[in-house]
Design a protein around this ligand. Structure first.
Ligand code: ADP
Length: 486
């Protein structure tokens, strides 16, 4: 906006043009004092009418007939480009914040829903053990199976929100591939037998048996594929095969495992195949009613595999069946498995051996009244003595004045949470040289959560909703050997 005569020959003019101190400083240092050395920079200037503009300025030395030096320079107005860049950056940030808020919301809601669900499934399980007419029993069965479906949905939602928020932690520890897959397959034996579907399992000889990786996540993916295969197949067979994929470039020392799950079921129309891995997608909208499911399983599997460096895809023909393939890079575990984690009971600790004639004393610290009641009922029916605490501080009080064979500890409690209580207990016990087994009783079902609890000094975890049979087994095991659970 300036006229040439307002600037030319006016040594102060350039300084007055700048809109901020940084641009002024760089102008003076790089251009005025730079002896004509070429440079390029962004400068913020103020127009004659006061508008701020961003200029991309470039300059260099030029030949000069008079003594001294001279520079040439040219500026391009990049204000609009900068504004677009900023708007894009702001939009991305807003989208990231919204996505984070959504993930947090999902995680919180899922977590909150688990508590009432624990009460429903626990109460149903207790109810199912009483004398019921077959008429009553069918309603208990219906409610139980619906509660289980709801629980699966919530677990899927939690997993999905964890993956979206990139909060899923992957473990790298050695495991036996065949063992993991065989136990996974065993979980489908009943279901497949009911439909008269044989499941064949084949491992190519080149596949390493022991590998390093996250066996839980691998099991989750295979479970999902097998569960779909059994669900969508009425006749024929199911095949699970593992081989090595040698045509893909991977890190040296790594093997690319190649899995396939094939069924002879209903198949998937070609136009629907690309949708399968999106969240909440099902080939046939009515399939939720007919077959159950959330449409999240494959989306979760794909994201788990991607984060572990693998991929998943499908080949299918309607009416003939489907074959899902996935790859997973894995490092063979050459070292034999390391010695188990340091013994929880150290040398010199006094471990009270319970007199088997005396009923076990169990402290249940749980702030939710109905869960406290449920857990106490289940424990008392076994003849154990139960003392309850409604929050962390009360639990600490009991632990200071009394001794227990086992503590079942909720994590989220008012005042002191379960991990804080355990840490304080462990400090006190270290001075006394004894150790009371503490098991977390929690809806936090993730592997990273479990590790968090172990680090706080807990010996294991029981996840809510509680499955009474498993719950009692864990407690019996812990009382029996004074050791830990999984
Ligand atoms: P869901 O919990 O609904 O099974 P998935 O993401 O695992 O969710 O699967 C999404 C949809 O893909 C299913 O609802 C079904 O329509 C289709 N599908 C998955 N696996 C198979 C299969 N083996 N045969 C036929 N259809 C399948």
């Amino acid at each position: 906006g300036y006229l040439a005569e307002e600037v030319v020959g006016n040594p102060m003019a350039p300084e007055r043009l700048f809109a901020d101190a940084d641009s002024r400083r760089r102008w003076q240092q790089d251009i005025c004092a730079g002896n004509g050395a070429p440079s390029e920079m962004e400068l913020v200037i103020r127009c004659k009418k006061g508008l701020r503009k961003t200029i991309l300025w470039a300059n260099g030395a030029c030949a000069c007939t008079i003594p001294g030096w001279a520079v040439w320079g040219s500026g391009i107005d990049i204000t609009e480009r900068k504004e677009t860049e900023k708007a894009l950056g702001d939009a991305r940030l807003a989208a990231e914040n919204a996505s984070q808020a959504k993930s947090d919301f999902l995680a919180n809601v899922s977590h909150e829903v688990r508590t009432p669900l624990t009460i429903i499934t626990g109460a149903l399980e207790l109810l199912g053990e009483t004398a019921l007419s077959s008429y009553q029993q069918q309603f208990v069965n219906m409610s139980q199976s619906s509660a289980e479906t709801l629980l699966r949905l919530i677990e899927d939602l939690l997993d999905f929100s964890r993956i979206e928020a990139r909060r899923m932690v992957f473990e790298e520890s050695p495991f036996d591939l065949t063992d993991v897959l065989e136990t996974t397959l065993a979980g489908f034996a009943m279901q497949a037998a009911k439909k008269k579907l044989p499941i064949h399992f084949e491992v190519a000889p080149a596949v390493p048996r022991r590998i390093l990786g996250d066996s839980l996540r691998l099991r989750q993916v295979v479970t999902n594929l097998l569960s779909n295969a059994v669900k969508f197949t009425e006749r024929g067979r199911i095949d699970l095969r593992i081989d090595l994929k040698t045509d893909e470039k991977i890190e040296p020392g790594c093997a690319m495992l190649f899995f396939s799950v094939r069924d002879t079921g209903i198949g998937i129309p070609p136009e629907k195949q690309s949708l399968l891995f999106q969240s909440f997608s099902q080939v046939d909208g009515s399939s939720t009613r007919r077959y159950g499911g959330t449409g999240l399983g494959l989306a979760i599997s794909q994201r788990i595999l991607q984060q572990m460096g693998g991929a998943i895809w499908v080949e299918s023909e309607p009416g003939r069946g489907s074959e899902f393939f996935f790859t997973l890079p894995a490092r063979p575990a050459i070292q034999p498995e390391e010695a188990p984690a340091p013994a929880k009971i150290r040398k010199g600790d006094i471990v009270s051996i319970r007199d088997p004639r005396r009923p076990a004393r169990i402290l249940v610290a749980e702030d939710e009244a109905m869960i406290r009641h449920l857990v106490s009922t289940v424990l008392k029916r076994k003849g154990w003595e139960v003392i309850t605490a409604t929050d962390g501080a009360e639990a600490m009080g009991h632990l200071e004045n009394d001794s227990f064979d086992l503590v079942l500890m909720d994590i989220q409690m008012p005042q002191l949470d379960g991990m804080q209580v355990t840490r304080i207990l462990r400090q006190k016990e270290a001075q006394l040289g004894r150790r009371t087994p503490v098991i977390a009783l929690t809806a936090h079902a993730g592997e990273d959560d479990r590790r968090r609890f172990l680090r706080a000094g807990m010996d294991g975890r029981i996840t809510k909703p509680i499955q009474v049979g498993e719950f009692l087994q864990t407690i019996e095991r812990t009382l029996g050997d004074g050791g830990g659970t999984t």
